[in-house]
Design a protein around this ligand. Structure first.
Ligand SMILES: Nc1ncnc2c1ncn2[C@@H]1O[C@H](COP(=O)(O)OP(=O)(O)O)[C@@H](O)[C@H]1O
Ligand SMILES: [Mg+2]
Length: 385
């Protein structure tokens, strides 16, 4: 018996080789078009086969180690789950990006996704961009009419204190342009424009925009630069960041600075990413759906239906305050511990030992008090699902 399972396991392991390539993908990799391609082409991971505790006992040492390794990678990469937030954002992105396909020199509408960290902005935009890339390639082909490689999406990520020149250079880095080392800000911008035109780029994602150096004076410079990109580049700009409104990306006003910034603002559609909330029944149902979706993905031998959605609903909400990033961190770490300690089940006891990020922990204490006194609940009032 153990032989059979073992053989099955290792042949499964071999099948999974290519998909495990994407375990090594990080943000740095996405800074280059080749990294973007591996992200887009990475096959969906296969969920490890569910085994019972009795099955686990029958596995030989090596087969168990192999099975647990598969589960480590699997639990560390659950998702993206199609949450209502992700689905809504995708609909808005399709609307705006596709309506920007108008001909001629009409300035394109930009998009700004402005929300707190850990709400799934990056995850949702990347999964949209992946679908967009695949659709464009399927419809238009791998190469442009002039015979250049087609790159429908360009993605750049800002890091601490990025200036305008670094931003332009990052676009050249993405395309591995030979002229990315020397030149002026304006030359970099022209080269980037050349790349986007020849590769038929349609979407330019600027992630972590809040890291861009942003002072009163440079605010005008930045605004003008993005206006230039929106006017001249054939792309829809998708900004992602935290506190963009407060930084004046959309402000309108009477000062010169505000007037210039408003030019960006008027063409920019602001999209939000909301946390899960439990103050109305609709929100409570969404929370439950989310927990059920996660539950289905977990590969733990002692898992039972309702392990998350019934037993831990209040607890998980308190610990994550409805932030998907905190929730997924907690679940991922909990699963690692459940496998390692052979508990094979997520309980409050086990999760209590798992650390979560700081912001979530502070908010947790207040929420737990409110939930304990039954002032609020995550449970839907109506009987459903
Ligand atoms: N739809 C989703 N399904 C599963 N996990 C998600 C989803 N959205 C976000 N996450 C998890 O939450 C974490 C934070 O998401 P991220 O997109 O980086 O947020 P933001 O860009 O808003 O800071 C990610 O590491 C990911 O694991
Ligand atoms: Mg992000």
């Amino acid at each position: 018996m153990s032989r059979t399972l073992r053989r099955e396991q290792s042949s499964k392991g071999a099948e999974q080789q290519p998909s495990e390539g994407n375990a090594r993908l990080d943000n740095l990799t996405l800074a280059r078009k080749e990294g973007w391609r591996s992200f887009v082409k990475a096959p969906t991971r296969a969920q490890p086969e569910p085994l019972s505790t009795a099955d686990l006992r029958r596995l030989g040492e090596d087969a168990l180690a192999d099975y647990n390794r598969q589960r480590r990678v699997w639990h560390a990469n659950l998702g993206p789950i199609k949450t209502p937030q992700l689905a809504e954002l995708h609909e808005d992105l399709w609307d705006i990006v596709d309506s920007n396909a108008q001909d001629g020199d009409k300035a394109k509408g930009a998009i700004a996704i402005d929300a707190f960290p850990g709400l799934g902005k990056t995850t949702s935009v990347l999964s949209f961009a992946k679908q967009f890339h695949l659709r464009e390639i399927a419809e238009e082909g791998e190469f442009t009419e002039e015979g250049h490689e087609r790159w429908p999406v360009c993605r750049v990520g800002m890091t601490g204190n990025t200036g305008m020149k670094d931003f332009n250079r990052a676009m050249l880095e993405y395309f591995a342009h030979p002229g990315r080392t020397t030149g002026t800000t304006a030359q970099f911008a022209h080269r980037a424009l050349d790349c986007m035109l020849s590769c038929a780029a349609r979407v330019l994602i600027v992630d972590e925009l809040h890291f861009l150096r942003w002072r009163a004076k440079s605010g005008v410079e930045i605004s003008n630069h993005f206006k230039y990109i929106a006017n001249e580049f054939p792309v829809t700009l998708v900004f992602i960041g935290v506190g963009l409104a407060e930084r004046g990306l959309f402000s309108e006003g009477d000062s010169y600075t505000n007037a210039v910034l408003a030019q960006t603002g008027r063409r920019t559609t602001r999209l939000d990413m909301r946390p899960f909330t439990i103050d109305a029944d609709k929100g409570r149902r969404e929370w439950r759906q989310m927990l059920l979706a996660i539950e289905q993905r977990l590969v733990l031998a002692e898992k039972v239906p309702g392990m998350l959605a019934d037993e831990l609903s209040d607890y998980l909400f308190a610990r994550s305050t409805g932030h998907i990033g905190s929730l997924m961190t907690l679940i991922n770490r909990g699963c690692q511990r459940a496998v390692r300690t052979r508990t094979e089940y997520l309980s409050q006891d086990l999760l209590d030992k798992v650390k979560n990020d700081d912001a979530a922990e502070t908010a947790r204490r207040e929420l737990e008090a409110a939930l304990a006194s039954r002032r609020i609940t995550t449970r839907s009032q109506r009987k459903s699902g």
